[in-house]
Design a protein around this ligand. Structure first.
Ligand SMILES: NC(=O)c1ccc[n+]([C@@H]2O[C@H](COP(=O)([O-])OP(=O)(O)OC[C@H]3O[C@@H](n4cnc5c(N)ncnc54)[C@H](OP(=O)(O)O)[C@@H]3O)[C@@H](O)[C@H]2O)c1
Length: 288
């Protein structure tokens, strides 16, 4: 199998890459930083003895970079069996992508939406798209998705909204690409001690480090993702949200496709708008 993982140089992404490197699969590391990516590539080859570990640079905060990465993958590979949309950020203060999007939504969700659509020619029968989300998603406001003012930015609800978007994305892929034989799942890997908490530098040290004592390892968090890659699921579980290797019951507002369809259509329009802008650096100031 060929497995492409975004944010593969650390935490959950690296642990997933390690599992599949050790089992002899081809693993493509999607990393934004060349040095960190090369470090991960070398380390994975060393611990697994598997030479089929590749690197493709991708910065999900830039549509131009996402497009370059998709072109690179299309030039080098004929099929991606597993796409794992894993990279994410949780910045304390509002910030923007190169294309003028609020950064959490831009990196965690819309960048992955754009990437996945660009990679569709490589996603063939039996390919799976796994979106790494979090069970924190119900903290997102359940309002209709619309473009909002920056004053609406709140670190956790906005992070939760980006993770809700990923859950809705899996639901839509399961419906829209079913005829192509492509399946999609959402995964919460659980509370893991990773570099994610490095983003908590604004917190006093006890609040930064004490929670880590109660967190699991990224290797443990990676087991649900690996389970979904390895084990065929019944058709009725296509598009579902998994935690601890089990599908979880979603809130009732996610039981129909109203929200997921609207999100897909709005996301597509926004991607087209950014493409039409020619990827020029721009403060479009567009928000969900
Ligand atoms: N840790 C938890 O407790 C927890 C709980 C639930 C869900 N999750 C989810 O698990 C996934 C992995 O998180 P983690 O805990 O493993 O965190 P992590 O160790 O911080 O890994 C995040 C990865 O994303 C990459 N990344 C950040 N911004 C990027 C960008 N603009 N373009 C490309 N890559 C970018 C990072 O690259 P750099 O190394 O270059 O920064 C890093 O490789 C995330 O989707 C997160 O939401 C985590």
């Amino acid at each position: 199998m060929k497995i492409f993982i975004t944010g593969a140089n650390s935490g959950h992404g690296f642990s997933v890459a390690k599992i599949f490197a050790k089992s002899g699969h081809s693993v493509i590391l999607g990393c934004r930083n060349l040095k960190k990516g090369q470090w991960a590539q070398k380390k994975l080859i060393k611990i697994s003895g598997n030479e089929n570990i590749y690197l493709s640079l991708i910065d999900l905060s830039s549509f131009k970079s996402i497009k370059n990465c998709a072109d690179d993958l299309k030039n080098r590979f004929e099929k991606i069996d597993i796409l794992i949309n894993n990279a994410a950020i949780v910045p304390f203060l509002p910030s923007f992508t190169d294309d003028g999007l609020e950064k959490q939504i831009g990196v965690n969700y819309l960048g992955h939406f754009y990437l996945t659509n660009l990679l569709l020619p490589l996603l063939k029968k039996s390919s799976k798209v796994i979106n790494i989300s979090s069970r924190i998603f119900p903290l997102a406001s359940k309002r209709k998705f619309s473009f909002e003012d920056i004053s609406d930015y709140h670190i956790i609800p906005t992070y939760a909204k980006s993770k809700l978007c990923l859950a809705l994305f899996s639901i839509e892929i399961a419906h829209r690409w079913k005829h192509l034989g492509i399946k999609s799942y959402t995964v919460c890997p659980g509370f893991m001690a990773t570099n994610f908490q490095g983003n908590w530098s604004y917190m006093p040290p006890p609040f930064r480090y004490i929670p880590r004592l109660f967190m699991s390892s990224p290797d443990k968090g990676a087991t649900t993702t690996a389970f979904l890659v390895n084990k065929a699921q019944p058709e009725k579980l296509n598009g579902k949200f998994f935690a601890k290797k089990r599908p979880i019951k979603l809130p009732s507002y996610l039981s129909n496709r109203d929200l997921s369809k609207t999100l897909w259509e709005d996301s597509l329009k926004l991607c087209q708008k950014i493409e039409n802008n020619g990827f020029k650096k721009n403060r479009l100031l567009l928000f969900f």
